[in-house]
Ligand binder design. Sequence first.
Ligand SMILES: *Cc1c(COP(=O)(O)O)cnc(C)c1O
Length: 411
Amino acid sequence: MTTINENYLKLKTGYLFPEIARRVKTFAEINPDTDIIKLGIGDVTEPLPEACRTAMIQAVKDMGDHATFKGYGPEQGYSWLREKIAVNDFQLRGCDIDDSEIFISDGAKCDTGNILDIFSKENKIAVTDPVYPVYVDTSVMAGHTGEANEKGEYEGLVYLPINAENNFIADIPSQKVDLIYLCFPNNPTGAIATKDYLKTWVDYAKAEGSIIFFDAAYEAFITDDSLPHSIYEIEGAKDCAIEFRSFSKNAGFTGTRCALTVVPKTLVTKVSDGSNIELWKLWSRRQCTKFNGASYIVQRGAEAVYSDRGKAQVKKLVNFYLENAHIIRYKLKMAGFEVYGGVNSPYIWLKTPYNLSSWDFFDKLLQTTHVVGTPGSGFGAAGEGYFRISAFNSREKIEEAMRRITTQFSI
Ligand SMILES: *Cc1c(COP(=O)(O)O)cnc(C)c1O
């Protein structure tokens, strides 16, 4: 008889966004003429940069001609794209990353989950709480955890609470963990990491023989020159960290799909027979077997991000969202909210007023202002009492949402 991967049955599946959708739908049915403004889901709203579109149109033309047609590409991604990434995203920032250490994919979401394929189930995994739910759910699916308790915490995972008291920056764990997911600038809290802070993690990982999974999906939102964009700006990180990046949030590729993972060749771990193995080899083997490369057309679109026109257009796009974030931060503060994030990040994280639970505040905000955000508790037990507002929307909608909130709330 067929049996299933019963780890899937442990999942508290897809609770957050379906529940938001359900409550919004119910509200809209009772109040059909209200104009609901969604500042909830972490998806971009502005169209693709012209440089990327033009490159993709040309790539489609390439596909229509025998002389330039492309079939399967390299599983690791085209070298013309990897080389530009290596230079612009890493070498120009002083990171000694070579194009052969970069793997192009169709998403950082899948990569942050798929990476567990090359590690054994015995590894102890640490995540922050609150956290991007993908890290937790993929750890459950891959068999790294036991069951969830009533708070939704899985047995076997190490949760590192982040809150206003520790500036949304996790303390280094007192116990030994093998794999650590870190995300900076952070989704959902908008927190950022300094070089000194990341150095404490690199030192920990090197001392314990652990590996850091560094999710830099929002690095383009960093405007403060003193902040690191890549974990490889920290000395020693090449020996203990894998970095994930994406074109989703900088160039608006959420619906176009292109991302990359960096596995340095110096990242070596021990095999049970005592020998050493490069993780690069395992990830390469995994990708070559289970992945056939990102689309040629899309990779040409991603390549255009590194052209002069592309750079200017991406900068403009990111600045637009950052300006939205600034408006949200400013207006919420004026209304008396306790707000975090929203600087070097498209996410604003606020403390719910009047000690409301995250979901009670969600309902109150929806009913009184018709604005939709994301309850902090949906990102983990320690997110209770917090709420996420996203800067991904039009200026008009952001201003209207803030007008409603400042009229309604005076805390
Ligand atoms: C949006 C996002 C990503 C990007 O995922 P893609 O699959 O590349 O679209 C990765 N990590 C975090 C934390 C995100 O919010």
